[in-house]
Structures are given as C-alpha cells and as structure tokens.
Design a binder for this molecule. Structure first.
Ligand code: ARG
Length: 560
C-alpha cells in the first residue's frame, strides 16, 4: 500500500542513474494543497547536473514518466506533481484497515526492553499537575513503543527517600498528630511540610535536625523507619486512586528507597575506578570535561543523594532488563541531572550510557504562575480530574440527556480531556492550565475527537447496510480523510522516533477535522452503489480515531 514508493519508482525509471532511490525518496514533498497533487518532486537540485532550468527539467520529466499508475502527472514550475489514482488508493487503504483494524499501524522499528521511568511522584505530597505530565507522556510513549515492536516497562521511581523525609518526620513530631494523619493523610503531611519550611526560615537549626533524622532513616533506625513506612503507605493509597482514574498501570514501583542497599556497589565502583574526589568534605565525580558541574555522590555527613540513587537505579535496570533504551520522562528542569547521570556512567566506561534518554517536558503553569508545593501554590490533580468529569457531565446532560451510562462516558470524556490537552502540546512547550478550555467539545480538544468518533459510530448504527471496502469509492470529498487514514503508520513511526505523543494527538485532531468536513459536504447515508464504500470509510475513521486515542491513553465512547 506504499503509494509514495510508486512515485519513487516512477521517478527512478525516468531519471535512470542520475539520482539514487534514497535521494529521490528524501526529496519528495507533500504539497500543502491537494490541487497540487498528492506528492511533488522538486527539480531544483538537478539544474546543475542537466544544465537546464528547473522548469524545463520538470516539464521533460512529466512527459518521460509512465503515468499509468497515476490519475495525472503534471509539471508546475520546478515541480513534478503526482496525482494518485483515487479509486485504487481508496480501495487499498480501506481494505488494509478492514482486514485487521486493531493492528493497523503495527510495525517493527525495533525490539527489546525499554524501561520508562515515569510519574515518580514524591511521597507525602499530593500528586500535582506537574506529575500528571510525566504520567501521561510516559504512558503514551509506552503504548506507542509497544505498537512499533518494543517491550516497554513502566517504572514508577517513587520519591520515597531523601532529606525531605527528615524534614517531614521532624515536623510531624513537633506539630503533628496521628489522628489527623489517619483521617486525611496527604492534607496534613503537606501542611507539616509547608510549616517546616516556614519555621526553618526563622530557625535554620531545624534543617540540621532534619538532616540528622534522615541519616537515622538511612541507618535503619526502627522508630523513624516506622513513620516513614506509614507515610509511604498512606501516600501510595492516594496515588493509586489517581492512577485508577487515569487508567494508568505500572510494572514496577521500585522507588528511591529500593536502592538504599544498592548504592554501596556503585560508590565502590566509582572509588575503584578512581573517579571519586573529595570536595569540601563531600564526595564528587568531576565532570568538567563534559562541561558539567560535578556530580554529588555523598554529602559530608555520608548521606547519599538523589544522584546516588539514580546511579544505582540505572545499573540495576541495566542488569535486570538488559535494555535497548532506558527512558526517563522527567521535567526539563532536571536536564542537568540526567546529563550528569549519563556522564558519570560514561566515565565508568559503560557505553550503554548512550542508550539512556532523558525525555524532558515543559512546565504547567496556572494563571501564568509556576506551581510549587513548598509555597502552597499547588493544583491537586484529583480535584482537577473530578472537576473535569463534572464539566463533561454537564455538557453531556445538555447535548444528550438520555444517554445510557452517562457516568462512564463523563469519566472517559473528563479524564480524557485532561490527558489529551496535556499530550497535544509538544512535550517541551510549557502551557497554562485552564480547565474550561480543556473540556470544551469544540476546538482542539480531546472531547472534540471523541465526539467526532461517536458521530461516526452513530452513522454506522443508522443503517443495516454493511460497510464494504471492496466497492470503489470515487467521492472526491473523501480524499483528505483517506489520505490521513493511509498516513497513520507513518505518524506512529514519527511519534516513536521523536518520543513525541503530540504527533499522535495532532494527527487525531486533523483526522477528526477532515472527517467533519467530509460529513458536512456529503450525504453519507444515501442509498446508492457507493454507500458500502462510504460506510467502510466511516468505519475505518472510527477505528483509527479509537486506536489513536488509545495510544494516548484516552477512551473512545461509542456514544456521547
Ligand atoms: N521524584 C522526582 C520529582 O518529583 C522525579 C523522579 C524522576 N526519576 C528519576 N529517576 N530521577 O522531581
């Protein structure tokens, strides 16, 4: 079904040995407007070789090319424009999708394990909008990578270790009480944490106290460990509620604490390789030859750090999963941390450092302001999801008051809207979060795509005629939809190669828009010879939209 290849072949035949196949394929463009054909070949680069004006070259080529497989081949300026044969194109695309809709777009870009470090919220803090990005981007990447042949392993590297637990435990002992924590755990734990920072500004001794308590935790003090384990358990309960709402699962919850007994080996290896240096009482790895700040491995009191645990985790994952790539979906503000992590592993002589990829993303702001737990300026994800569901519910009640199972649909639409909004933005872009905008049924939103899908479904339900891709579809208004349907496999490949779910989200929007345009221009259900073919296209559209939404982790209700 590779129509581009047909264009390449035709050009290759006409050009002979003057340009090789790969160069032809690379030069071919997709014209902005379908008036200029479906593919265009620019001749400017050939002007030198032929000592001729591009316009002439294009004219000569257009005559020389065997136009049989195409509707037309025309020279326009310095371009040769190819118009595909619409009937055979439609037939080929629709039969391919109908044969195995669930696996349409599957391909083998690679194989092997790909651990994806994702979500990774910090214990005793609410999961914020900040962690939403990591969760949904990581989940979408896992789906996309699985579709192109890899075996993703979703790892929640929980922030369940570190000096902040010293702070929390000190705060709890000073100002907390058990009954409050039992009743509303995260709420009170956050309150203690915020209070700690306020008090510590006045009394810096508190920080020393917190450091000492964290050291006790690292050394396994039973009282401190018990508190820590309790906070962790309560936090996980809350996170699990949110993951259930999002429909995201993990293969591992090995967080930072898991590596507490696995750091000695790494520190020893650094020592043995002579990479560990002392600096102001702390132990560091010098990374000046990478143009990076030194990596801090141990503090002056012997306590380990975020970096030490990430090093241990990287080695553990390498040994455990024998990965072909190891991904970390973590905010862009941690770019240097991951550059350092890779550099330290590289310094140790391990070339698999090159397979470690930080997948950074931008910030979500609210009302233009950065979100921060410490300053109390947080948006609670659970609240956002519930508000989104309520907004969806209200719109459904208005548009479709008698919808069966409206609660399930409202959940799919509300949660899907939040996920889609996050993923339609290029990863690295920062964006401001405004709930009303996110849940709108019109515009570039998840609900718009879902609504389009449901509309296509309802067309299929209005007739007893069976969709049949075998019948020729000559309808010119269907053309843009058909071309998008055919492009789906390439879109998936591009998303996988760039680790960019937004490629899929933008595609879903384009397909939904093209379909709505078609639907507005065409009487789909008129009973004529092409009805089965039109229905086949409607069906293929719902199948591909459903698949694209599923890759993003968004549901596709049949009705809404
Ligand atoms: N818990 C960290 C945070 O919230 C993110 C951890 C990312 N993963 C990692 N392996 N460092 O900032």
């Amino acid at each position: 079904m590779d129509f581009k290849q047909e264009v390449v072949n035709a050009l290759h035949q006409a050009l002979g040995t003057d340009l090789d196949v790969a160069a032809i394929a690379a030069a071919i463009e997709t014209p902005k407007s379908s008036d200029l054909g479906d593919y265009a070949f620019p001749t400017f680069a050939l002007a030198k070789l032929y000592h001729k004006a591009p316009k002439m070259i294009a004219a000569d080529l257009a005559t020389a090319i065997d136009a049989k497989p195409f509707e037309a081949v025309r020279a326009v300026g310095g371009y040769v424009n190819f118009f595909l044969d619409k009937v055979s194109f439609a037939h080929s695309v629709l039969t391919t999708i109908a044969q195995d809709p669930a696996h349409y777009g599957d391909q083998q870009l690679g194989t092997g394990n790909v651990p994806i470090d994702m979500s990774s919220p910090n214990i005793a803090k609410p999961m914020s909008m900040g962690h939403l990005r990591s969760t949904v981007i990581g989940n979408a990447l896992a789906n996309i990578l699985a579709k192109v042949g890899y075996t993703p392993i979703k790892i929640n590297h929980l922030g369940d270790w570190g000096t902040q637990f010293g702070k929390l435990i000190v705060a709890y002992r000073k100002w907390g009480n058990e009954a409050d924590v039992r009743q509303d755990p995260i709420h009170y734990l956050v309150q203690y944490y915020v209070q700690f920072h306020e008090e510590a500004e006045k009394d810096p001794h508190l920080d020393d106290e917190a450091r000492a308590v964290f050291k006790q935790l690292e050394d396994g003090d039973p009282e401190v460990t018990k508190l820590w384990a309790w906070f962790r358990e309560e936090s996980l309960k809350e996170f699990t509620r949110i993951y259930d709402m999002l429909g995201v699962t993990f293969d591992s919850f090995n967080g930072e604490a898991f590596y507490n007994d696995k750091m000695d080996g790494v520190v020893q290896a650094l020592e043995d390789k002579g990479l560990l240096h002392e600096s102001q009482g702390a132990e560091i790895v010098d990374l000046s030859k990478y143009d990076l700040n030194p990596a801090l491995i141990k503090k002056s009191d012997g306590a380990t750090l975020y970096m030490t645990r990430d090093l241990a985790a990287a080695f553990y994952r390498h040994a455990e999963y024998d990965f072909v790539q190891s991904l970390y979906v973590v905010g862009n503000e941690q770019r240097e941390h991951f550059d350092q992590l890779k550099a330290v592993i590289k310094e140790m002589g391990d070339d698999w450092a090159d397979e470690i990829h930080h997948i950074p993303f931008g910030l979500i702001t609210s009302g233009g302001k950065k979100l921060s737990t410490r300053k109390g300026n947080i948006i609670l994800l659970e609240q956002v999801l519930n508000d989104a569901i309520a907004l969806a519910q209200a719109q459904i009640a208005e548009k479709h008051p008698d919808l069966a199972d409206a609660a399930t649909v409202a959940h799919q639409v509300g949660v899907g809207a939040v996920i889609f909004h996050d993923l339609k933005n290029e990863r690295l872009d920062s964006f401001d979060f405004n709930l009303e905008e996110v849940v709108r049924f019109e515009g570039e939103t998840g609900p718009y795509v879902q609504y389009t899908n449901a509309r296509a479904n309802s067309i299929l339900n209005k007739t007893t005629v069976a969709p049949a891709p075998e019948v020729a579809l000559t309808d010119p208004t269907a053309w843009d939809v058909l071309k998008l349907l055919a492009d789906y496999p390439n879109v998936i490949a591009r998303a996988a190669q760039a680790y960019e779910p937004s490629v899929i989200a933008k595609y879903a929007l384009r397909l939904a828009k093209a379909f709505n345009k078609y639907y507005a221009a065409t009487k789909v259900l008129v009973d004529d010879a092409e009805l089965p073919a039109r229905l086949a296209m409607v069906q293929a559209t719902t199948q591909v939209l459903t698949s694209a939404l599923a890759l993003l982790g968004v549901g596709a209700p049949a009705e809404m």
